[in-house]
Design a protein around this ligand. Structure first.
Ligand code: PLP
Length: 464
C-alpha cells in the first residue's frame, strides 16, 4: 500500500482499491473505472478541491450546485454541529418539534417569498419534490377535489424517487423504471436558442403559455394537482424565463385551481443573486421545493415551503398531512443549515452574487469566440455554454458525436486540466458552470482560461 493510500483513515484500507471493489457511484458508468482509477476527492478549501494525490481542482460546479459558501467553513459549522450533538443529537419531527427545526422553519419563512410560511423538512431535493406532489394531491382532497396529475417541462430534472422521477422530463432517465407514478404531462421549456430569429420575447412567452394552457385543457383542468417548474431550468442548460412567463403561468394556475410549485433545489439560497429565484422573477408560487444550498451541502437537508393557503386545510379539524421522514428536520442538519444561513448573511454572499453576476457573465462571454460555443445562458452564478458543431447554423451533434465529445473527451480532459464542471447531454450538449457563491474574478478568469484551452482542443476535434 502506498503512503498516501489512506492518509487520515483506516491504515488497512487502500482507498483506491476499496473504491473499485465496494463503492457504487451515483449516475456513473462503473465500467469506466474497471481499468482507470476512481476520482477520489479528499479535501476542500474555498472554491478548490484536492484529490488523494494532492492535485488541485477548481470546483466550478459547487459540488452539484450546492456548496454556496465554499469548502472552508468546516470548523465553524462543525462547532455548531458538535454543540447540537451534545445538546440533542437526534429527535424527529414526527409529532414533535425541537428547537433547531423551529428556528430554521422561522428563518426560512423570513427568507422565502410572500406568504410562504410553513416548512416541511426533508433530507434532500428528491424528497422535497416527492413531498410537494403528495402535498398538492392531499391539499385538493382536503377541499373535496380529486386531482392527482402533475405538469412539468421537457428535459427538466427533479430527482430520482419514483414520484420525482415521474415528473422528470428526461425520457431516458424515466424509461428503465416504467411504469411510473401516474400521471405527468410535460410542456415546453424556455429554451430560446433555436427559436426563429424574428420571434419577439413576447411571442415566445405567448407560445409557451399557449402550450401550457392547451395541455391543462387536454388533461382536464379538474384533474391537475400541480404545475412544477424550476425558475431557471438546469437540465438542457440554464434556461431562463422570458418576460411575463411566470406571471402567465401563475394566472393559468389560478384560473384552473392548480397549485404552482417553484422547484428551487438549485436556484434557492443565492445561486441567482436572490435568496429565492421566485422573488427575482416574481413567481408567487404556492410551494417552493429546496435543499442543496440551504446547508451549503454541509448536511443533507431540504424542505417544502408552503403558503398559508396551502397549509390552511391541514391546520383544521382532523386533517393530517399523511407523510413523514424520520430524518426530516434532523437537529444536527438543522443546526448546520442555520449556521450556513448565518454565514451567508454575515458575508453578504447573496448580495455579492448580485453584484458580481455581470462581470461573471462578461468573463464567460469571452468563450463565445470559440467556434464550438454557440450560446451562453444563465443568470447569477448559474450558467451553461451550449456546444455546437457549426456556429453558422448552430447545428448540434448527433448522439454518437455527443457521446464522443462529452464522455470520450471533455469530461476527462476538463478534470485533467484541473476544473470540475459538468459536460451534460440530457438535452443538446452543454458545459454547466456554477461555482461556489464565494467565487471572485480570479476564479472567473481561471474558469475561462481552462475552458478556453480545453474547448479549443475540442473545437479542433469536432467542428467544421
Ligand atoms: C431542480 C432539482 N430538483 C430536485 C433535485 C433532486 O435533488 P437531490 O439530488 O437532492 O435528491 C435536483 C438535483 O439536482 C434538482 O436539480
Amino acid at each position: 500500500m502506498s503512503a498516501t493510500a489512506n492518509p487520515r483513515g483506516r491504515a488497512d484500507i487502500d482507498l483506491r482499491q476499496a473504491a473499485k471493489d465496494h463503492l457504487w457511484l451515483h449516475f456513473t458508468r462503473m465500467s469506466a473505472y474497471a481499468a482507470a482509477p476512481v476520482p477520489i476527492i479528499a479535501r476542500g478549501e474555498g472554491c478548490y478541491l484536492e484529490d488523494l494525490d494532492g492535485r488541485r481542482y477548481l470546483d466550478a460546479l459547487a459540488g452539484l450546485f450546492a456548496v454556496q459558501i465554499g469548502y472552508s467553513h468546516g470548523e465553524e459549522i462543525g462547532a455548531a454541529a458538535a454543540e447540537q450533538m451534545r445538546e440533542l443529537p437526534f429527535y424527529t419531527n414526527w409529532s414533535y418539534a425541537h428547537p433547531r427545526s423551529i428556528e430554521l422553519a422561522q428563518r426560512l419563512a423570513e427568507l422565502a417569498p410572500g406568504d410562504l410560511n410553513r416548512v416541511f423538512f426533508t433530507s434532500g431535493g428528491s424528497e422535497s419534490v416527492e413531498s410537494a406532489w403528495k402535498l398538492a394531491r392531499q391539499f385538493h382532497a382536503a377541499r373535496g377535489e380529486r386531482r392527482w396529475k402533475a405538469i412539468g417541462r421537457d428535459l427538466a430534472y427533479h430527482g430520482t424517487t419514483m414520484g420525482a422521477l415521474s415528473i422528470n422530463g428526461v425520457a431516458p432517465l424515466r424509461q428503465p423504471f416504467e411504469p411510473l407514478v401516474p400521471q405527468v404531462a410535460h410542456v415546453r421549456n424556455t429554451n430560446r436558442f433555436r427559436r426563429p430569429a424574428d420571434e419577439t420575447e413576447e411571442q415566445f412567452t405567448a407560445m409557451l403559455l399557449d402550450d401550457l394552457e392547451q395541455r391543462i385543457l387536454s388533461e382536464g383542468p379538474e384533474t391537475v394537482a400541480l404545475v412544477i417548474l424550476e425558475p431557471v431550468q438546469n437540465s438542457g442548460g440554464a434556461f431562463t424565463p422570458p418576460a411575463g412567463y411566470f406571471q402567465g403561468v401563475r394566472a393559468l394556475c389560478d384560473e384552473h385551481g392548480i397549485l404552482l410549485c417553484a422547484d428551487e433545489v438549485i436556484t434557492g439560497f443565492g445561486r441567482i443573486g436572490a435568496w429565492f429565484a421566485s422573488d427575482r422573477y416574481d413567481i408567487r408560487p404556492d410551494l417552493v421545493t429546496c435543499a442543496k444550498g440551504m446547508s451549503s451541502a454541509y448536511a443533507s437537508i431540504g424542505a417544502v415551503i408552503a403558503s398559508d393557503r396551502v397549509a390552511a386545510p391541514f391546520l383544521e379539524g382532523s386533517e393530517t398531512f399523511l407523510h413523514g421522514l424520520t430524518f426530516g428536520g434532523h437537529p444536527v442538519a438543522a443546526a448546520i443549515a442555520l449556521k450556513n444561513l448565518a454565514i451567508m448573511e454575515r458575508e453578504r454572499i447573496v448580495e455579492s452574487v448580485a453584484a458580481s453576476e455581470d462581470r461573471f457573465r462578461a468573463t464567460l462571454a469571452q468563450l463565445l469566440e470559440l467556434p464550438i460555443v454557440g450560446d451562453l445562458r444563465g443568470v447569477g452564478y448559474f450558467y451553461a455554454l451550449e456546444l455546437v458543431k457549426d456556429r453558422e447554423t448552430n447545428a448540434t451533434f448527433s448522439d454518437e458525436e455527443s457521446e464522443r465529445l462529452l464522455r470520450g473527451f471533455l469530461s476527462e480532459r476538463l478534470y485533467d486540466a484541473g476544473i470540475i464542471c459538468r459536460a451534460d447531454d440530457r438535452g443538446d450538449p452543454v458545459i454547466q458552470v456554477s461555482p461556489p457563491l464565494i467565487a471572485e474574478q480570479r476564479q472567473f478568469d481561471e474558469i475561462v482560461g481552462i475552458l478556453g484551452e480545453v474547448l479549443t482542443e475540442a473545437s479542433r476535434l469536432v467542428t467544421r
